[in-house]
Design a protein around this ligand. Structure first.
Ligand code: SAM
Length: 435
């Protein structure tokens, strides 16, 4: 059914939303607040996911998307690249939508009513474009190019440009696709990383098989691509094979050389937006006040927060589940007052909590993956943690866990959204819990 709609807002899931007949919410990709649009809507009663047919009258929130791959497939060269959702929306409007959806998730899932705790304004990314120093891409054999997937699909969109990638990373993307074809390598996934501090990059290739012949071809690839310092060859069920120098060093804070460098590897977690990450780390440390405290850090990764914690704290016990991340953190931060523990974060914290003679902590910092840290509240209480900073990339599990912490005796002393992923709906959360 064809319909004309006024678009009211951006939707938390990355589309835009307007009201159809009888007030039915209709979600429309590539529409912007204030637009009048013509859409194709599936019949039915509940919320509808429509396709955009035409923008009849553009709204004031519209911006000209700089990328040929963005937008509905029918428009010229555009090909519904799934890398961006809101490249056609003014950045201030994106921030406003994220701040509101963050607050709404805390209210709905965390039962944290607005006004009952300090909710701080969203922190913008220093760069709304060209902010990524790493990306997960796919190799499209047909075009010999690296690709993102099309929106809501596994069809590749071979990229001739990407405005989210830092210039060095974008140049590496452009060179690597054809070179993979020439080396007769067809990875299922390519994790690409670039260090501005080093002026060179690295890639992890997920391969169907990593035989000695494949490794020899990968060595040829490494020699052929300027700026590619190293490769990690990944094959399911096998340990990673390293070629060249895939461990890069990033500036911990691009604004402050004194903050030092941090090791990274393309196959382990690292924040992609280094500029916004520096703001997040700074805010987390200011909230936690680790000076002189015994600190428990859960999900420490390669030590993004561990280094500044170690500078101020009396001691840091840092827990991480992924071996190669922990190895990088250990290499950067080998010092007596930092104790790294390998293992499942909640199991390790639970073990410490059950041990009557075990360590206790004044402060804790946790930064779990999207699944969150269900049940962490009672563990923090048993470990006698007085204040905890929770960093999250998923507002829903964040809100659930904050509720759990409140039920375990903590209060939310502040919460704040951060924009680490401009042009998408993703939002990072930071909260201080105290008791
Ligand atoms: C969002 S990342 C944060 C890493 C680090 N804090 C940073 O800022 O770069 C989450 C980290 O948790 C680790 N992880 C995932 N599940 C885990 C678990 N059950 N126990 C311990 N670590 C886990 C991942 O390997 C990853 O390093």
């Amino acid at each position: 059914m064809k319909l004309e709609l006024d678009i009211d807002d951006l939707a938390p899931g990355g589309e835009a939303v307007g009201r159809g007949p009888a007030g039915r919410p209709i979600y429309v990709p590539f529409a912007a607040p204030g637009d009048r649009v013509q859409v194709e809507v599936p019949a039915g009663e509940g919320p509808g996911h429509a396709e955009l047919l035409r923008v009849l009258r553009p709204g004031a929130a519209r911006a000209a998307p700089p990328c040929r791959h963005f937008g509905p497939a029918a428009e010229g060269e555009a090909a519904e690249c799934g890398g961006c959702e809101w490249l056609h929306v003014d950045y201030a409007r994106q921030l406003d939508a994220k701040a509101r959806s963050f607050a709404e998730t805390l209210r709905r899932i965390g039962r944290l009513e607005p006004g009952s705790f300090p909710l701080l304004p969203i922190v913008p990314s220093p760069r709304p474009l060209r902010y990524r120093c790493r990306a997960k891409l796919h190799f499209d054999r047909a075009s010999g190019r690296l690709a993102f997937f099309r929106r809501r699909s596994h069809a590749p969109v071979p990229l001739a440009e990407c405005h989210l990638l830092a210039p060095g990373l974008d140049a590496l993307r452009e060179a690597l696709g054809p070179a993979l074809g020439q080396a007769r390598l067809a990875p299922r996934e390519v994790m690409l990383e670039w260090s501005d501090a080093e002026g060179r990059g690295a890639a992890a290739l997920l391969l169907p098989e990593a035989t000695p012949a494949v490794a020899r071809r990968a060595e040829g690839l490494l020699r052929a691509v300027p700026g590619l310092a190293g490769l990690v060859l990944l094959q399911e069920g096998r340990p990673p094979a390293l070629l060249g120098e895939p461990v890069l060093r990033h500036a911990r804070d691009p604004r402050d050389p004194a903050a030092g460098l941090q090791r990274s590897r393309p196959d382990v977690f690292q924040q992609a937006n280094r500029g916004a990450n520096a703001l997040l780390v700074e805010a987390a440390l200011a909230l936690l006040r680790p000076a002189g405290a015994r600190v428990l850090e859960l999900y420490c990764g390669a030590g993004n927060f561990t280094a500044p914690l170690a500078r101020a704290a009396a001691s840091v016990t840092a827990v991480e589940g992924l071996g190669p991340s922990l190895e990088l953190a250990r290499r950067d931060l080998a010092q007596a007052k930092v104790r790294f523990v390998a293992g499942d974060a909640l199991a390790v914290a639970g073990g410490l909590a059950r041990d009557p003679g075990g360590p206790r902590f004044e402060a804790a910092l946790l930064d779990p993956p999207r699944d969150g840290a269900r049940g962490v509240g009672p563990l923090l209480a048993r470990l006698e943690v007085a204040r905890a900073v929770y960093v999250s990339c998923d507002p829903a599990t964040f809100a659930r866990d904050l509720r759990g912490c409140v039920e375990a005796g903590y209060r939310v002393a502040s919460a704040q959204p951060f924009d680490l992923f401009p042009q998408t709906h993703h939002v990072e959360g930071l909260a201080l819990l105290e008791r």
